[in-house]
Structure formats: C-alpha cells, structure tokens
Design a protein around this ligand. Structure first.
Ligand code: FAD
Length: 413
C-alpha cells in the first residue's frame, strides 16, 4: 500500500515532448488552480537528439499556444513542396512520381507550408525551459516502479523510494511504457525489423523548401529541409544493413547516402551526428483506464515515413487537456473513467488511421518488382493529376481534419 499525504490533480510520468506539452497546456489553462507533477527517470537535462521532427500545421498551433513555437521557429525549415519518387537503388536519377506543393492559404503561420522540420533537441529543450519556468512539481531521477489505483486517487512508487499521488496519472513514458504494462493494458502491433537512420547533411544546391521522399527497396529515404543548405535525413533500412551503415567511416557513409539521394542536391557533407532507431508499429488497446490516460508514444508508435509520431502525440495532448479542463470547470473528477473515455473516443480512430496508412505505404513501396512498381506509380500518377486528391492528402497530413480540439484550432482552452 503506497501512502501519500499530498494529492496532485495530475501526475504526468515522462518529461518527453508529449508529457511536457501536456503539463504546459494544463498550466496555461488553469494556472495555480491546477496542481501538476511531472516525474521522469532521467536527470532533466535534455539529451542531444539527431532527429529533425516534421511538425504539421495543427500540432504546430498546439506548440504555438504553449509558447514553444517562437523559440524554435528560426531553427526550423519550411516544407513548401513534397517530392515523391519510386525507383530501384541502382538508378542514377530519382524522377518524381508525385509532387505535393503547399496549399495556398493553407497555413496561418505567415506563409504557406506543408510542414516544418524542427530540430528535435531544440524543441524538447524549449518545452523543458518553459515547463521549468512554471510552478510544476518536478521529480527528476525518479523512475516509476509501482502504480496503485484506489477509488479516490492513483499512487506512484519511484525507485528512489519516494511516492506521489494524484487524481489522474498520465502515462507519457514512451513506447516501452512501464505504466501501460503495470495497468495491464495490452498492445497490438509488430516490429518492422527496420532501423531509421537519422542525421543532418549540408548540400551543394539549395533545397528550395522541397522535402524529398524516395521510396527505395530497402525502405523510404527522406531529405527534409532545414534553414540554409541543410536537410535532415530519415533513412529506413533493414536492421542488419542499418547497423553496418552506421558503422561506416564518414566518406563511405556519405557515398551510400548520395547513392540514395540522387543528384538533385549535389554533393553532401555531414552536418550533425548519426543515430539509429529500431522501428515498430504499436497501438495500445486502451488509451484510458481508471485514473490513468496514455498519451504520445506510450499509446502508439507509427513508422516515421510520414513524420507523424509526435504529431499524433501533440493531438493527444490537445484532446486530453481539453477533457481534463472541461471536467474541472464542471467540478467533475478529472480521473473519472467516464471523462477519460471521451478522450479515448476522440483519439483512437485518428491514431488507427495513421497506423494503417503508414504501415501500408511501407509495405506497398518495398517490393523491388517491376510490374508492381508500374502499378503503384500509375496510382501515384493519378493522384498527381488530381487537384482534389492532392488537396485531400495535404489536408489530412496537416492534422487539421476531423473534430479538432481547441488547441489544434489555435484557440486557448
Ligand atoms: C527515426 C524517427 C524519426 C521520427 N520523426 C518524426 C517526425 O518527423 N515527426 C513526428 O511527429 N514524429 C517523429 N518521430 C516520432 C517521435 O520521435 C516520437 O513520437 C516522440 O519522441 C515521442 O515523444 P513522447 O514524449 O511520447 O515519448 P519519449 O520522448 O519517449 O519520452 C518518454 C519519457 O518518459 C521517461 N520515462 C520512461 N520510463 C519511465 C519510468 N518508468 N519512470 C519515469 N520516467 C520514465 C523517459 O525518460 C522519457 O523522458 C520519429 C521517430 C523516429 C524513431
């Protein structure tokens, strides 16, 4: 039995981008009227992250509403066009099968953009700085090892011996969520046996705001525009091949990268460290249970080919924040399962759709078989010639379709 005197309104486990964004959303809406704790096993120092996160318009509005967009805007690249190709690795050129230019008037950030490419470490640090300036009760270096849920509250036990209680516990503790396991929530999904290789490169020719997605037999290879002549790389390969590529010397690594990128951007140089991430699809069977809600990677993990993982997480944040604040304004317990089921209904279908779409794209484009390539290129050609289909794809990718939480609409709670 975990004993505790102080009972927080919300205890968020995980100070990753999803957990911090939720804490900030609670504080922005209710200030001192809401008692928020954030617990993380890490030290609270933001670790370097070699990824560039593609952030769509809806989730960008969430960050803007929390004050986290302004500190990263100047370091972020604006995607004004997506260029998609499908060719065997041996081909010298990567002719586009689909071009998706930004919708005119489709964004409200001053200029039109399909998405923004934000350095992951900078965004995480901006959220951390803002959170540390507010009156959130932080517990760093505190890995959660126990969860108990009674009628009135939930209690957490930490490996440092401390305990904490709250009316609602939010699991934002990432894809291997211990909270999810302790609550007995099962998942569906599978490993891709693929790695995402990430780094930053500088290149000879300007990208002009173009993001390139080359579907190759080993997996999708993306170059995503950053400010100046730099791009963020997300390069999928089978796990064993990826490990060999990551161990190559710089020149050999760049030669392999250039082989996949084609001639469009000229010569490449490394402009950042390399990293490798195992890829899997995972969706929790429940996003909510008694006194517990799951957000971000604790609830779902999707293939990074469409750059949607954190975008989904920020939409979870917006939906859960709205449900919690609405409940508290009406004097209803924010940990009541009936309230949390509203959050679950709001998010599950969107996540399911994205999981299915990214999984299908990864599978459809993998086989290096000429007749299959012809068929999929024919399909893409039809999309390329249809203005309506293109608009639909861009709207879906912007994260601004469906019943939108207020923060995704750019409104305060
Ligand atoms: C190669 C790659 C490229 C990607 N590109 C994009 C992209 O372009 N766009 C996009 O939107 N998304 C992208 N993603 C997805 C994105 O990185 C994730 O969705 C996001 O990092 C998840 O954030 P989170 O806060 O949910 O979890 P995490 O960042 O995993 O944070 C979890 C936190 O919980 C803490 N924690 C874990 N266990 C415990 C415990 N027991 N007790 C206390 N604390 C604990 C950890 O220390 C950590 O701080 C990409 C992912 C990959 C792999």
């Amino acid at each position: 039995m975990i004993r505790q005197e102080r009972i927080h309104d919300i205890a968020i486990v995980g100070a990753g981008p999803a957990g911090l964004a939720l804490a900030l959303a609670m504080k922005a809406a209710a200030g001192a009227r809401i008692d928020v704790a954030v617990v993380d096993r890490a030290s609270g120092e933001v670790a370097p992250d070699p990824r560039g996160w593609a952030i769509a318009e809806g989730p960008r509005r969430v960050l803007d509403g929390l004050g986290a967009w302004a500190p990263v805007a100047a370091q972020s690249g604006q995607v004004t066009e997506m260029v998609i190709s499908d060719s065997p690795l041996r081909d010298a050129v990567r002719p586009p099968i689909l071009n998706l230019p930004a919708l005119a008037g489709g964004a409200d950030a001053g200029e039109d953009a399909v998405a923004w490419i934000v350095p992951a470490g900078a965004l995480h640090a901006a959220l951390m700085d803002l959170a540390r300036e507010s009156d959130i009760d932080f517990h760093f270096g505190a890995g959660v090892t126990g969860l108990e849920r009674t009628g009135a509250h939930a209690a957490l036990a930490m490996e440092n011996g401390a305990t904490i209680a709250a009316r609602l516990v939010v699991a934002a503790d990432g894809a291997r969520s211990r909270l999810r396991k302790m609550a007995g929530i099962r998942t569906v999904g599978w490993d891709y046996d693929q790695f995402g290789i990430v780094t930053t490169v500088s290149h000879e020719f300007p990208h002009e705001g173009r993001a390139f997605q080359h579907f190759l037999p080993g997996g999708p290879f993306a170059l995503l525009p950053l400010p100046g002549n730099e791009s963020s790389v997300v390069w999928t390969e089978p796990a064993d091949k990826a490990c060999r590529l990551l161990e190559l010397g710089e020149l050999e690594f760049l030669a392999e990268l250039a082989l996949r990128a084609g001639p469009e951007l000229g010569e490449f140089e490394l402009a950042g460290p390399r990293g490798g991430y195992p890829l899997n699809l995972m969706m929790a069977r429940q996003f909510a249970a008694q006194r517990l809600a799951l957000i971000g990677d604790a609830a779902h993990r999707v293939h990074p080919l469409a750059g949607q993982g954190l975008n989904l997480g920020l939409k979870d944040v917006a939906a859960l924040a709205e449900v919690i604040i609405d409940s508290m304004r009406l004097g209803i317990d924010p940990g009541a399962v009936t309230q949390l089921q509203r959050y679950e209904r709001w998010r599950r279908f969107d996540v399911f759709q994205m999981a299915v779409a990214t999984d299908a794209l990864n599978r459809i484009f993998a086989p290096d078989i000429a007749p299959l390539r012809m068929l999929r290129d024919l399909g893409m050609g039809i999309v390329d010639r249809s203005g309506l289909l293109k608009k639909w794809m861009l709207r879906e990718a912007s994260g601004t379709t469906g019943t939108l939480p207020k923060l995704v609409q750019g409104q305060p709670l």
